[in-house]
Design a protein around this ligand. Structure first.
Ligand code: RUQ
Ligand code: CUA
Length: 653
């Protein structure tokens, strides 16, 4: 015992000091709130329908999602999605590594842009969060009861899956389309034959009631660059809208060659008609290899299903499937207002934001007010579909969201500002600078039928001089803006991870009520689970050794293992026996060429170790689980190849 604890009095002093520290910590928590501007505090304590939100930001090139609280801006968690994540072994463990499979093999990295919450009746419902992988086209579904990735589906015949994954109002589908047009199916042709040989695709991914995804159909479209999308709602439900640039169909120096035309397009797709055409069997089955990686709920092991073909529709054969709305100039975001009547396109090279009217579009279609066609797709007359143009909206408008109170907010990248305008009169009513170079902006529910229009978060690309410098790479920045009054007010800025493109937020209550606290040990169907210390064992099958190990505060069973030999492949299947919230155990093996494990209560996770030399090697728990966490450790003895040390194992025997 340390000399510090020599007397009882000393014990009291230590206890008192600990208590004082605890109180200090608590106060610091509150102190942090008062670090906010006065305006932030007012909002924070203001009564209202919802005061607290989860804010899900994409990690951009990190491939992950980060979760923040609003209005605090505090980082709560990283959810690994398209990238391996050593913090919890995602993508490394035997159970999760299949999640990163593709038809090309395992790809442990991607570029994720647009988180999109699932919806019911046009309102974010807190069941799932979808997000796209750009580089190797994929869409992931994150389960918001566990904050874990449950499924990833690959999209064939696509490259640069940017216009993705936008949900329909009841999450019947998430939609996606290709940024890069390609020869479809792939073939060896000259890049110069772009105009003859390259096509785009628009993909509808069906989401079943239990969340499981599969590709319903793809639509073959002209070889433009499809950039962003949003599904219709209310009256425009049954339609989805996609922006495209490069209607010039350039294949080189796009910055010049794809900026020639005054107008590019918003493609309006009638997906109800597409659905009917598929049901009538009027589609082509076309080659397209893809995989679906799904977490099995009972084993909590990810399985991969490989598929070879997709159903493809050709607009030429299906009159009324797609119309092009001419849209100035190289549009980026396309956003549908809460009423479903207005479709705002953000022409990044245009001086205004053109807003199309859905009802005018239907009338123009009826009256055949066309301006020619492209590959059998009618182009509607601009004057026939336009509802208004928002002038003086800033330079480089990229994205628009809505507050549900009749206003829209557009991000302007070049002039670094958020511009507020009124739906219907199209006049700019307020503007606020962003520090600096804003990309997306996000309002809780801001792309849905029922925005919770209290806050707006600006997602900024450049932060020189905003935070302490951190070497050549500086933090990106999110800025919290109060939009509850007439004038926008900057409340707070906080640094973000990776490069968040888009983010979505939802009232905390909606997500909190479905939280999973632990996994039931009885329901654990992992074939290697050890559901109690008495169920643990070590089995040899040739040179594979399977350790069925159990972890509970604060020991492993077994914690002494002998009889392992050089050349063996050892599988540590560790089951966390705890049945309580917030008690994960970790597992790290000396010399293992993989990430540690982080095992949730009731769950089994597997680490593979191939010992390279004889000796005795320790393992231990990496998550501070209790006062005796540091005692949670063990040894494995490794003998030479061909040794006759028998297999033996146990804890305290
Ligand atoms: S996109 S801002 Cu994916 Cu606008 Cu990045
Ligand atoms: Cu278990 Cu530390």
């Amino acid at each position: 015992m340390s000399t510090l604890f020599k007397s009882k009095r000393m014990n009291w002093i230590v206890l008192f000091a600990a208590l004082a520290l605890f109180v200090l910590f608590q106060c610091q928590g509150q102190q942090q709130l008062s670090d906010m501007s006065e305006a932030a505090q007012k909002v924070y304590v203001a009564p209202g329908e919802y005061d607290e939100f989860y804010f899900f930001a994409s990690g951009g090139f990190s491939g992950n999602v980060t979760v923040y609280g609003l209005p605090s801006g505090r980082l709560l968690k990283t959810i690994p999605v398209f990238s391996q994540f050593p913090e919890n072994g995602y993508g490394y463990t035997e159970e999760t590594k299949n999640m990163l499979n593709t038809s090309y093999g395992s790809i442990p990295w991607d570029d994720a842009h647009h988180p999109e919450l699932s919806q019911t009746n046009g309102v974010p419902d807190g069941r799932w969060l979808f997000i796209n992988a750009n580089n190797t086209p994929r869409i992931a579904r994150i389960n918001l009861s566990t904050f874990e990735t449950d499924e990833i589906i690959q999209i064939p015949n696509s490259a640069g899956n940017h216009a993705s994954p936008f949900t329909t109002t009841n999450s019947e589908y998430v939609v996606a389309s290709t940024r890069f047009s390609l020869p479809i199916p792939q073939k060896d042709v000259s890049i110069k034959s772009y105009k003859e040989n390259f096509k785009g695709t628009i993909t509808f991914i069906k989401v079943a009631d239990n969340g499981e995804m599969d590709i319903a159909f793809q639509i073959l479209v002209p070889g433009f660059d499809y950039d962003l999308a949003h599904a219709g709602k209310g009256p425009s439900q049954g339609w989805a809208f996609f922006t495209c640039y490069n209607s010039e169909q350039a294949n080189t120096l796009l910055e010049v060659n794809a900026s020639q035309n005054d107008k590019d397009f918003v493609a309006a797709v009638n997906w109800k008609l597409a659905e009917q055409t598929i049901a009538d069997g009027k589609f082509k089955e076309v080659a397209g290899k893809y995989v679906i990686n799904r977490l099995d709920e009972k084993t909590r092991i990810v399985n991969t299903i490989a598929k070879k073909t997709v159903k493809v529709l050709s607009p030429k054969d299906i009159p009324g499937l797609i119309y092009y709305l001419p849209t100035p100039k190289s549009p980026h975001g396309v956003d549908v207002d809460p009423s479903g009547e207005y479709i705002a396109a953000n022409g990044k090279l245009a001086a205004e934001v053109p807003v199309h009217s859905f009802s005018k579009m239907l009338k123009a279609i009826d009256a055949k007010e066309f301006d020619g066609e492209v590959d059998g797709i009618p182009v509607l007359k601009y004057e026939s579909v336009i509802a208004g143009e928002v002038k003086n909206v800033g330079l480089g408008p990229l994205h628009t969201e809505f507050d549900g109170n009749g206003y829209a907010y557009t991000s302007a990248f070049i002039s670094s500002e958020v511009v507020k305008w009124k739906i219907g009169t199209w006049e700019v009513v307020d503007r606020i600078p962003a520090y600096y170079s804003i990309g997306h902006l996000s309002i809780p529910g801001g792309d849905s039928q029922k925005p919770w229009g209290k806050y707006l978060v600006a997602l900024n690309k450049i932060t020189k001089d905003r935070y302490l410098p951190t070497g050549p790479e500086l933090a990106q920045s999110a800025q919290l803006i109060d939009i509850s009054g007439d004038k926008m007010k900057l409340l707070l800025d906080f640094p973000t991870m990776g490069e968040p493109h888009y983010a979505q937020a939802i009232p905390a209550e909606i997500v909190m009520k479905n939280q999973k606290k632990y996994f039931s040990i009885e329901e654990n169907m992992n074939p290697y689970a050890a559901k109690g210390p008495d169920k643990t064992k070590v089995e040899r099958k040739g040179n594979e050794v399977h350790v069925y190990m159990a972890a509970i505060r604060t020991h492993f069973t077994p914690d002494n293992i002998e009889g392992i030999k050089v050349g063996d492949k050892v599988f540590f299947h560790v089951t966390n026996l705890e049945q309580d919230w917030d008690v994960p155990h970790g597992f790290a093996m000396h010399g293992a060429l993989t990430a540690e494990l982080l095992i949730m209560p009731g769950e089994t996770r597997t680490l593979v170790w191939q010992p390279q030399g004889e000796g005795v090697y320790p393992f231990y728990c990496t998550d501070f689980c209790s006062a005796l966490h540091q005692e949670m450790q063990g040894y494995v003895r490794v003998s030479p190849k061909g040794s006759n040390v028998p297999l033996s194992y146990g804890t305290n025997d």
